[in-house]
Design a binder for this molecule. Structure first.
Ligand code: TYM
Length: 342
């Protein structure tokens, strides 16, 4: 059986990267997989969250899932803290995962920065909870943006080590699904930095709830370079952008990738359309497609965010269904580990 699990942190400012790298792909996968989509509030508190804001942000991610087209009848939508199997399995994985593995995680290094001693212990063991999220459902596939690759590698290592240590064939070795032309959306201000919820400049990102004026202004002011846009000969034999080329013109490739993803085209089609164009005309076309695709989703998100009772009801029902899948798996793990349940 093929089962999808993925999650988004309710840390505010959901943006185009979250949409193109993850949420949009979640929608399409519903046709072929059993899908479980989580709002990972336990992960969010690894850095400080104001409690009232956390509640609003949890509803914001849920609203984004629904507005983007995740169907709560077909798929499971819930928030992580309502299903205790995540935290319980994470503890067991804390005892399987090695310190050395966690020490290698680049996301921890980035987030903790120079203040490592002051980072929460939760931030350090974050990948263990992420492995638990996925494996509590024995998920076979996990759609994510490019930045989560290393965490998924650790999830695979965890499954393997658990299976080896206990001499079982219990957990699946999960496959990442990194899909589309915009798996790593960069900041609109600086093409060498990832578009991020925590960037202090709101101009660096297009938020999922931005209105058409804000979208137009941010694209107009997005950093570019003085050259004309490249043609299809810039692509490699597989029709992809070679890494050296991307490094030469990070802002241009970022905007072209966003256009390709939003307009459902491949690189070759987009480059054929804009070869030799100036940024000004390309930016007009990009604004048009961004407003067309994001406008209705943002409006529906705002409408849903006004209806907390409806959103909370979806999460409650989702948590019951998630629990029904995860609990029997957790019980088997407890049995394998040797926990007595008289
Ligand atoms: P989070 O909340 O940072 O991001 C949610 C999803 O959005 C993707 N993403 C991006 N994709 C392209 N370009 C970007 N600039 C960009 N920024 C973010 C992320 O790759 C992610 O898919 N650790 C995860 C949450 C998580 C999870 C899980 C995911 C917790 N448990 C289990 C999958 C399975 C995170 O911090 O995502």
């Amino acid at each position: 059986m093929k089962r999808i699990f993925s999650g988004v942190q309710p840390t505010g400012n959901l943006h185009l990267g979250n949409y193109l790298g993850a949420i949009r792909n979640f929608v399409g996968l519903q046709d072929d997989y059993e899908c479980i989509y989580c709002v990972v509030d336990l992960h969010a508190i690894t850095v400080w969250q104001d409690p009232e804001a956390l509640r609003a942000q949890t509803r914001e991610v849920t609203a984004a899932y629904l507005a983007a087209g995740i169907d709560p009848k077909r798929s499971i939508i819930f928030n992580q803290s309502q299903v205790s199997a995540h935290a319980e399995l994470a503890w067991i994985f804390n005892c399987v995962i090695r310190m050395g593995w966690l020490n290698r995680m680049t996301q921890f290094k980035e987030k903790a920065g120079k203040h490592r001693e002051n980072a929460s212990a939760g931030l350090f063991v974050y990948p263990s909870l992420m492995a638990a999220d996925i494996l509590a459902y024995k998920a076979t596939h996990v759609p994510v943006g490019d930045d989560q690759k290393q965490h998924l590698e650790l999830t695979r290592d965890t499954a393997q080590k658990f299976n080896n240590d206990y001499g079982v064939e219990f957990f699946p070795i999960t496959e990442p699904l990194i899909l589309g032309a915009a798996t790593r959306v960069m900041s609109l201000r600086d093409g060498s930095k990832k578009m991020s919820k925590s960037d202090p400049s709101d101009m660096s990102r297009i938020n999922m709830t931005d209105d058409s004026d804000a979208i137009a202004q941010k694209i107009r002011r997005a950093t570019t370079d003085p050259e004309l846009l490249p043609g299809p000969e810039a692509l490699d034999a597989e029709g992809q952008v070679p890494e050296e080329r991307r490094k030469e013109r990070p802002e241009a490739w970022n905007l072209l990738g966003i256009y390709a993803a939003l307009s459902d085209q491949n690189w070759a089609q987009v480059l054929a359309e804009f070869e030799g164009s100036q940024f000004s005309s390309f930016k007009k076309a990009l604004t048009e497609v961004a407003v067309e695709k994001l406008g209705p989703i943002g409006a529906e998100m705002k409408r849903l965010q006004q209806d907390a009772a409806y959103v909370d009801g979806i999460l409650k029902e989702g948590a019951e269904r998630a629990n029904a899948v995860a609990l029997p798996i957790l019980r088997e793990v407890q049995e394998i580990v040797g926990f007595l349940r008289p």
